[in-house]
Design a protein around this ligand. Structure first.
Ligand code: APR
Length: 327
């Protein structure tokens, strides 16, 4: 019995994500919430022959109901950048949307696991944490920024230059954050040794960090990654749900490096320093984060430098999020 709410379910990410969660056999209740178009999306998806019950919640007056009695909320709500809008304008709008949604979850399902997709994840996760802290219900083990697309891209992009590699099973640890040069793929610690040249490492790293731009360009102004992001979000949610049900699963995610979380110290020494949030591989369990998974070797000097660059940018991103809620 797992009840899931998807907030922003009628969007480019929300629709395929909702469909993928409808196909998830563990999900029994699927609440789809949006401020537009969600009745049609819910009616359509509800015909798929799996056992979960799909319900539609349209508009702010239905938000509280949509997030009552849920185990897990997945949040892809947001607005795309429109002509004339600055990055700062966009940030303020998405930040406000996430803040409002987290307040509703805090009020109605304070123990729900929360997976945030809305960008910029480096700031929206700190926003969520700040809202939950103010209410005294923050549990760092239950709040996640979904960074799965970065490891998905890493595995796939490696296969583009090493066709003998299985993209579905290769795991490349990706640490840091979830945008541009805050994304640090640790190619030297891939689950299969890759024997890459320096040029290949540099090119792959850049491609993984800026992979989203390939999609934005190909869509020619019509949006950013939606289908691959929905796949990544559904994969993370499925891992979390299976962990809630007792399986031990490792996924990367942007989380708090809480003092009492086993394994945080290695990443602090690696360059996360005093940062409150960092993307790390995490072992998931019934309570969310069970422990942070140690790296299986030493990072290269280039990777260490990349972590330092990421950490500096992340410090700003995180404080931007915190200050949005607590100026
Ligand atoms: N509550 C719920 N849903 C909202 C709200 C809100 N306050 N505001 C906007 N939405 C919905 C929109 O109605 C839309 O259906 O969020 C959805 C966003 O969909 P798209 O505009 O298609 O954007 P998408 O490409 O799905 O990206 C969503 O994810 O990767 C990030 O940067 C991306 O932050 C963006 C988000």
């Amino acid at each position: 019995m797992v009840s899931v709410a998807i907030l922003g379910a009628a969007g480019g990410i929300g629709q395929p994500l909702s469909l993928l969660m409808k196909l998830n056999a563990h999900v029994t209740k699927l609440n789809l919430y949006d401020i537009v178009n969600v009745p049609g999306v819910a009616a359509d998806i509800s015909h798929v022959a799996t056992n979960s019950e799909v319900k539609s919640f349209l508009g702010a007056s239905k938000l509280a109901e949509a997030v009552t009695g849920i185990d897990l909320a997945i949040i892809p709500a947001g607005v795309p950048r429109k002509p004339g809008m600055t990055r700062d304008d966009l940030f303020k709008i998405n930040a406000g949307i996430v803040k409002g949604l987290i307040e509703a979850i805090a009020e109605n399902s304070p123990r729900a696991f929360i997976c945030i997709i809305s960008n910029p994840v480096n700031s929206t996760v700190p926003i969520a944490a700040e809202v939950l802290k103010k209410r005294g219900i923050y549990d760092p083990k239950r709040l996640f920024g979904v960074t799965t697309l970065d490891v998905v891209r890493a595995s796939r992009f490696v296969r583009d230059i090493r066709p003998d590699v299985d993209a579905a099973t290769l795991r490349v640890p990706v640490v840091g954050g979830h945008s541009g040069n805050t994304i640090v793929p640790l190619l030297s610690l891939a689950s299969t040794p890759l024997d890459l040249s320096e040029t290949e490492v540099a090119e792959l790293t850049k491609r993984i960090q800026f992979g989203g731009d390939e999609v934005v360009k190909a869509k020619d102004g019509a949006g950013s990654a939606t289908l691959s992001m929905a796949y990544a979000g559904a994969r993370f949610a499925d891992s979390l749900i299976r962990a809630i049900k007792g399986e031990t699963i490792v996924e990367p995610t942007f989380i708090a490096l809480a003092a009492d979380t086993e394994g945080a110290e290695q990443y602090r020494q690696l360059g996360a320093g005093a940062l409150e949030f960092f993307a790390v591989p995490v072992e998931l369990g019934p309570q969310g984060v069970a422990r942070i998974v140690p790296l299986n070797g030493d990072v290269s000097s280039g990777e260490r430098e990349a972590i330092a660059v990421a950490a500096e940018a992340l410090a700003t991103n995180i404080s931007t999020g915190v200050e949005f809620v607590s100026p």
